[in-house]
Design a protein around this ligand. Structure first.
Ligand SMILES: [Zn+2]
Ligand SMILES: [Zn+2]
Length: 265
């Protein structure tokens, strides 16, 4: 019987450099090797002149890059290390140094509606002062704008807005439809992110119903644990890949110098 080679991917990982994660580049990689991950990517929160507390500083970009590239060489016989950033979509605050950085991929993520950090427990009170359906609409509008900007390769945690389980009355498939259509026409890759499993919502990003839509539209996928600690490397990998398979996917995307490569997972 033919045995098919499968590839384990985890492209969404942070390090101590963002000031809200624990673990060094080496520690993360060693854990990834233990878990038999084949392609492991660092996607540190990119510098920005807004909310600087929770991210890399511009002055650290070079050191971050150097750390990852040094590790890529050091571990090249054991694992394929790739370099990226998770970039916030926030009008007027995105920087050419990040958008033009020499990386393997950029994850575009919406963590702010206007300047409200809706997924930060510190600002959860805001949820009570607004209409939930309006919040969800604004979130997907921002995500659509991020996608249409053509600046990014991967859509980070497509339905992060569900994090605290404040669910809209409107069907989420209706709210997300335009965003998914934009993803399809922009040739972006959708991330399956296990972090939601450790949040109040207790679900993978995106939900099964949105992933089914993505599959029907033939939108390619990739995988990320969104690890903020060494123990979270590969977090939820089995559940995330089985959801992808349930929906019909057999292949996922990895990146090299912003080029896509399709592998079987
Ligand atoms: Zn983070
Ligand atoms: Zn994120």
């Amino acid at each position: 019987m033919l045995s098919m080679k499968t590839t384990r991917i985890d492209l969404h990982n942070h390090t101590t450099r963002c000031n809200h994660a624990e673990g060094t580049v080496d520690e993360y990689i060693q854990r990834a090797i233990t878990l038999d991950i084949d392609v492991y990517g660092f996607s540190e929160h990119a510098p920005m002149d807004f909310d600087p507390k929770y991210r890399l500083k511009f002055e650290e970009m070079q050191a971050y890059t150097q750390d990852v590239l040094t590790a890529k060489q050091k571990y090249k016989n054991d694992i394929d290390i790739v370099l990226g950033y998770e970039v916030d979509w926030l009008q007027g605050h995105m920087d050419a140094r990040v958008l033009g950085a020499k990386v393997d991929y950029l994850i575009g993520s919406v963590h702010f509606i206007d300047k409200w950090s809706f997924d930060n427990p510190e600002f959860i009170g805001e949820w009570k002062s607004k209409d939930i359906d309006e919040i969800w609409r604004a979130y997907f509008e921002a995500t659509t704008a991020m996608v249409r900007s053509s600046k990014f390769d991967i859509v980070g945690h497509l339905d992060l807005i569900k994090v605290f389980k404040f669910m809209p009355k409107t069907d989420v498939r209706i709210l997300a439809k335009e965003t998914l259509e934009a993803i399809k026409s922009s040739n972006m890759v959708l991330e399956l992110n296990g972090a939601g499993l450790r949040k109040p919502i207790g679900e993978i990003y995106p939900s099964k119903s949105l992933l089914e839509m993505a599959y029907e539209m033939q939108i390619p996928i990739t995988f990320g644990s969104d690890a903020h600690s060494v123990e979270q490397v590969g977090f939820g990998y089995a559940r995330v890949t089985s959801l992808a398979k349930e929906v019909g996917y057999t292949q996922a995307v990895t990146f090299q110098c912003r080029d896509k490569q399709l592998v079987t997972f």
